[in-house]
Structure formats: C-alpha cells, structure tokens
Write a protein that binds this ligand. Sequence first.
Ligand SMILES: [Zn+2]
Length: 101
Amino acid sequence: MPSPYRHKDFPLSSLNQGGRQLVRVHCRYCKRTHNYFPDDLIQIFGDVDVDSLMDRMTCEGGKHGRLDVSAFMPTGSQSVGLRIRRLVAIKIHRVPVWRED
Ligand SMILES: [Zn+2]
C-alpha cells in the first residue's frame, strides 16, 4: 500500500523504465511544443514528479501560465523527424553577497 506521504507519484526516472518515454511540454498561449529526454530534465529539476513540471517550467515566450506537460512514447512514425530538445549546458549565475565589516 502506498504511503500517504509519498510525493513522487510519477517521477521522471519512471519514464526510462519499460521503454524510452519522452516529455512533451506545450504552451497553450503561444503554441510552442518541445520534447525532452527525462534525463535532461532530471539534471535541472531532480527526479521530480512529472506533473509538478507544469509549475516548475516556464514558457520561454513569457509568463504564459501553466504549461501542459505529458509523457509519451513516440511510435515508429512519430519518431521520424521528431525534434528533441537536448540540454547543452547549465549556466550558473554567480551573485555576489556583501557584508559591511
Ligand atoms: Zn508561451
């Protein structure tokens, strides 16, 4: 029986089990859709619940509200020409913090 305190109902890592599922993120406002590998998203957000990405991810076009996030398994014909957004690098902003002595 699952614990009532379980927060990860559907973690990103579960998408790698039993086939290679991808994550599709769609903005209803500007109609952008991007496909991601779960492993790339895990590097950024950790192994979080897939549904929680709706609130964690933001549209690059602006503040367009919650994004539609769904996991899918590309079928043979779908995977032809399917563009997948890959993580190239994570840039870390260095913010100076000062103190008067
Ligand atoms: Zn948008």
